[in-house]
Design a protein around this ligand. Sequence first.
Ligand code: FHF
Ligand code: ZN
Length: 190
Amino acid sequence: MLTMDDIIREGHPTLRKTAEPVDLPPSQEDQNTLNDMMQFLVHSQDPETAEKYSLRPGVGLAAPQINVSKRMLVMRTTDQNDEIIEYAFFNPKIISHSAETTYLDSGEGCLSVDRNVEGIVPRYARIKIEAYDADGNKVVKRLRGFLSIVFQHELDHLNGIMFYDRIEGDDPYKKPLPPGEIIKVNNDDG
Ligand code: FHF
Ligand code: ZN
């Protein structure tokens, strides 16, 4: 199983690289990696397993964070109706997005960043995405709210971008224009 020891931290060059597209249909090896990444999220969100292995609770993970420079990401969280949403994607991309922006009221954190970085991280409020699922089937989805923000955080990792790159340096609390709804989440992690 993956643990925090498998997660590389800021300063590691892989986090600043553009990840390579995955060959489709996906190889068994790439499918296994995607599976291991999702299991990390499941473990990290289970209080007993998280405590046992000292895992930080995560809602998303991108392959570069485990030092695999390939375009793969996983997300595990709940949607607007409190339904558990699990997405595991190869070669994800945004095909359209709202002009309206949004941001997490509590700011963002990252499994690859061992410090608190405060400030507004502007994100598109709504996105339409295209990706290939774990079986290599093409999927198109519309995401909004927290899901949209998590997807954009993960997609950034595939492009070598860290969340704090998007915080305005001279004014970290500068409101993005045009602002949309402000997303509040219960973040156990602070
Ligand atoms: C997280 N955790 O998952 C953060 C970190 C916005 O690239 O947000 O670095 F456990 C992936 C409810 C709400 C319950 C939030 C995307 C953040 C992605 C992982 N936790 C949470 C929760 C959380 C990063 N990451 C602080 C670990
Ligand atoms: Zn991250």
